[in-house]
Design a protein. Sequence first.
Length: 108
Amino acid sequence: MDETTNAPPCAYPSTTPCADKITFPNSFSPQTFNFMGMDFTLQLLGFGDTPNGPFVSDFISQEGGTNSTMLFGKITKNPRTVVPEPATLSGLGLLGIYFIARRRTKKG
């Protein structure tokens, strides 16, 4: 926030000496979080009037005035990588050995 000295000449267009400028960051790092055992990512899209943009990077606030804008973001569910448990792998291996042994028994 660029808080001005309120003495002319004003740095920004002003109806009352002197307006201030509020600036937002150009980008936000996505944040990953876990909720009820599922992973999600929060991505902040920006400040503006509608979720589809355009997003604003700054605005002028008149001295003694009020301004508002909305912050938009989206939450996406992260795909899970399914890794079989060791017990499942062992069970599948034993099942495979059983079928191979059974096949050989039938041939012989």
